[in-house]
Design a protein around this ligand. Structure first.
Ligand code: 5GP
Length: 185
């Protein structure tokens, strides 16, 4: 069985973070890559665990040195995947990256064998309900996230798998099963 590199994308609020976190807890053969970002930490976020929080200057330096497998700008800041961590970890385990569609497609250019997984909400209404439930989002931010979702959905045909996150356990099982399938290819 080989180790696989996966990207999990999907609109914010879809629950992809929770799915990936739980998958990591249940599977010792899969590790999550920790991204770098220039955005400020949210309450409860820990440097080096949720993200590596960098200054813009440091982020730019790393871009110039080719340290990122891919990077992209979002409304909240810059985000990038550290190349060395992914390469090193893949020698022992499968690696999962929770990144947006632009980052996913860019990463696939470098790693054609990368597996792209898109997590869909059961409906747009349900996504709005989940975003509002977060309480950290202003109405304007929610609007922007929904507009971004339309863009992300336009890239869906380029993805290898689509999982609808309606029932959490079912979605988690589907994610785990596709990893097994890819590992055995
Ligand atoms: P948040 O700030 O809410 O944690 O993430 C905002 C967006 O950045 C999400 O769509 C998330 O998937 C994306 N993101 C997180 N890490 C990376 C990364 O390393 N590269 C790219 N391209 N996007 C990322």
């Amino acid at each position: 069985m080989k180790n696989v590199l996966l990207v999990v994308s999907g609109p914010s609020g879809v629950g992809k973070g929770t799915l990936v976190k739980e998958l990591i807890v249940r599977r010792s053969d899969v590790v999550e890559s920790v991204s770098c970002t220039t955005r400020k930490p949210r309450e409860g976020e820990v440097d080096g665990k949720h993200y590596f929080f960098l200054s813009q200057k440091e982020f730019d330096r790393r871009i110039a040195e080719g340290d990122f497998l891919e990077y992209d700008e979002h409304m909240s800041g810059m985000y990038g995947t550290p190349r060395s961590f992914v390469q090193k970890t893949l020698q022992e385990k499968s690696v999962i990256m929770e990144i947006d569609v632009v980052g996913g497609l860019n990463a696939k250019k470098e790693y054609p064998e990368l597996v792209l997984v898109f997590i869909m909400p059961p409906s747009k209404e349900e996504l709005v309900r989940r975003l509002k439930g977060r309480n950290s989002e202003t109405p304007e931010a929610i609007e922007k996230r929904l507009a971004r979702m339309d863009f992300e959905l336009s890239k869906l045909p380029e993805y290898d798998y689509v999982i609808v996150n309606d029932d959490f356990e079912t979605a988690l099982q589907e994610l785990s099963d596709l990893i097994d399938k890819e590992k055995n290819k």
